[in-house]
Design a protein around this ligand. Structure first.
Ligand code: PLP
Length: 364
């Protein structure tokens, strides 16, 4: 059940679908954090971090791993470690790296990010990737890296299957590019595809994933790849001010999450589909069979009378204690997670039904 505070002006508590980052550590996780053996990680001496990195690398089928503070830091560190200033990164239009990471790779890395049109499955057309690669010419930037995202946040939690991941990595490699995977929710993708996370990233040169999203830890992400790449990431992490000391308490939360919260991601996916079915019955423009993981994006239409329908619907839902996040003006996002159970989904649908809330802020 959600730990959220009571909703304003409402008897019940708020049911919070804004993000899967909102989860609070359980008592079991807090105990594991308190009991963690610690050391200075800049010296490589934190045993809990070392164990987390070993386990993460093993799960991704990579040689080594590096624990960092956030998904944004994991992506930025991975991108900077594989590019030089003046290089070109190929990345999908809707990628988190493009939309939600403050342009870090360009600002801090001097890297040109060239946008590739995004397919709704969260990938992109392999021929578009091939066509975007520059020729070897002194006038041109060097195209050196392709970034993929799986699951894909702004494609509604779409899970790109292993064959598509391989196809895109192979075309990039054939053109001499390296491949990074923003796998913030890679275990959600694996659960949706019925494969291991390692299978999804077998061709990738680097992958990062987050402990602080569906896995329910308070902080932390990890980068995985071969030993020389991780050595370079360690240097870049230091440059970014991310060399931390006795951070093993945070790593303990990550280890706990890997042990207890991976299998249960399927519950979040079932809850998202249950919510989608209920919303579709109420007239929300969503196809429940298209919900693959824990993210639901409701498409909305801007009109002259309602130029910002996502904020309007968010506000209307908040009045009945259902919290959501607008993605731009024309999409509203619901994310299911560890702190929401099936009863919360049913309660949400009851509240929305009772208040007669339908898209564009109108009441039935
Ligand atoms: C796909 C994806 N990548 C990276 C991030 C960044 O993670 P953080 O918020 O920990 O920086 C997010 C955050 O939601 C995400 O959805």
């Amino acid at each position: 059940m959600s730990h959220a505070e009571p909703a304003d002006g409402l008897d019940g508590r708020a049911i919070d679908f804004r993000s899967d980052t909102l989860t609070l550590p359980s008592s079991g996780m807090r105990e594991a954090m308190a009991a963690a053996p610690l050391g200075d990680d800049v010296f490589g001496e934190d045993p809990t971090i070392n164990e987390l990195q070993r386990r993460a690398a093993e799960l991704m089928g990579k040689e080594e791993a590096l624990f960092v503070a956030s998904g944004t830091m994991a992506n930025l560190t991975s991108l900077l470690a594989q590019t030089r200033a003046g290089d070109e990164l190929l990345v999908g239009r809707l990628a988190h790296i493009v939309r939600s990471e403050a342009g870090g790779v360009s600002r801090l890395g001097g890297v040109l990010a060239t946008i590739i049109e995004q397919d709704l499955d969260g990938g992109m057309d392999a021929s578009a990737v091939a066509a975007a690669v520059r020729t070897d010419d002194i006038h041109q930037p060097r195209t050196s890296l392709l970034a993929l995202e799986n699951t894909h946040n702004f494609c509604g939690g779409a899970a790109l299957p292993p064959a598509r991941m391989r196809e895109l990595a192979e075309v990039a490699h054939a053109h001499g590019l390296r491949v990074h995977v923003d796998g913030a929710r890679i275990f959600n993708a694996a659960a949706a595809c019925g494969c291991s996370a390692a299978e999804l990233v077998s061709e990738a040169d680097s992958v990062c994933f987050c402990f602080s999203k569906g896995l329910g830890a308070p902080v932390g992400s990890v980068i995985c790849g071969d030993a020389p790449f991780i050595a370079e990431c360690r240097r870049v992490r230091k440059l970014l001010g991310g060399g931390w000391r006795e951070a093993g308490m945070l790593a303990a939360a990550g280890l706990y999450a890997l042990e207890h919260h991976v299998e249960r991601l399927a519950d979040d996916h079932a809850n998202a589909r249950r919510l989608a079915r209920g919303l579709a019955e109420l007239g929300y423009p969503i196809r429940p069979d298209e919900v693959q993981t824990n993210i639901l994006l409701i498409p909305l239409e801007a009109t002259e009378g309602e130029p910002n329908p996502s904020a309007a619907l968010r506000d209307r839902l908040a009045e009945v204690g259902v919290r959501t996040s607008p993605i731009g003006r024309t999409q509203l996002r619901f994310v299911t997670h560890l702190d929401l159970d099936q009863a919360d989904i049913d309660e949400t649908l009851e509240r929305i039904t009772a208040a007669g809330i339908v898209p564009n802020g109108a009441s039935r």
